[in-house]
Design a binder for this molecule. Structure first.
Ligand code: DGL
Length: 279
């Protein structure tokens, strides 16, 4: 039994990056209610300690559950890597036993590990995601023979949040981060940070067309579709007039400008919020 019947899917990211995941939810599963929360005020998560990332993520998740979400997708790789498991085992059963919390690393890793042409896999992520080894662990759980080369790319997130997508400085830094992956002749690159798909064209240009670079949003949307089919008890059903609400912990004007550009659609409901755990 659900303790709330609001029928909403929550999507959380440390900032705007999760919009690269939400974009595919809106495309593949448009008839659901979505609440998006970006913790822009405290971004970047990727250079913070595991404990801080856990606390921030818990506060964010708490906010979305209180707002009425039945299911939350932690769209942030960093938060998934450092907080998801602990939240699922310590927090969820105690405070929200009938709600669900999912991350992005497992569905992406599953899809890639099962792709027969992916043998040498490059993972690009924040410092916290790369240090957690979460991708390598998940990939090798499915296929131990995989070679995984991980590279952290800490400077990219602030550049993307500043909308420096086409600046020569950004391209130069990106090329520097991709160099070790090229040198190791990876056949696949996992964009293990929600911000990186915004640099997709440039990454393809540098790595070459032969390297498989799947869009994480598409993989996660596919997995969410499956999940919803398998879990009718969550009461998440398509509706005729879906509601989309956006929340940010920082300046809403800045969020709106960039988010509308990233999503290529208008944002009508946007609120600045303070989030703090009340549990
Ligand atoms: N969105 C986060 C991720 O997917 C990275 C941004 C940050 O460092 O806060 O890892």
């Amino acid at each position: 039994m659900l303790d709330n019947k609001k029928n909403i899917i929550g999507v959380f990211d440390s900032g705007l990056g999760g919009l690269s995941i939400l974009k595919y939810f809106l495309k593949e599963l448009p008839n659901y209610h979505y609440y998006y929360l970006g913790d822009n005020a405290r971004l970047p998560y990727g250079s913070k300690s595991p404990e801080t990332i856990y606390q921030y993520t818990r506060e964010a998740v708490d906010f979305l559950f209180k707002a009425g979400c039945n299911l939350i997708i932690i769209a942030c790789n960093t938060a998934t890597a450092q907080a998801l498991r602990r939240l699922q085992t310590d927090y969820l059963p105690k405070y929200y036993p009938h709600r669900r919390l999912l991350g992005v690393i497992r569905p992406i890793a599953e899809e890639i590990a099962n792709n027969k042409n992916s043998k040498r896999i490059g993972v690009l992520g924040t410092k916290a995601t790369i240090t957690s080894n979460a991708y390598e662990i998940e990939l090798k759980k499915i296929k131990p023979s995989l070679k995984v080369i991980s590279q952290s790319a800490p400077l990219l997130v602030p550049l993307i949040e500043e909308n420096w997508l086409n600046r020569p400085e950004t391209k130069m830094i990106l090329a520097e981060y991709l160099r070790p992956l090229k040198k190791q002749r990876v056949d696949t690159v996992i964009l293990g940070c929600t911000h990186f798909p915004f640099l997709y064209q440039e990454i393809v240009k540098i790595m070459g067309k032969k390297v498989f670079i799947p869009n994480p949003g598409a993989l996660v949307a596919k997995s969410l579709k499956d999940y919803l089919n398998r879990h009718p008890e969550l009461g998440l059903k398509p509706v005729k007039k879906p509601v989309r609400k956006y929340y940010t912990t920082d300046n809403p004007k800045l969020f709106k400008d960039l988010a509308e550009r990233f999503l290529a659609e208008k944002i009508n409901t946007l609120k600045q919020v303070r989030i703090e755990a009340q549990k």
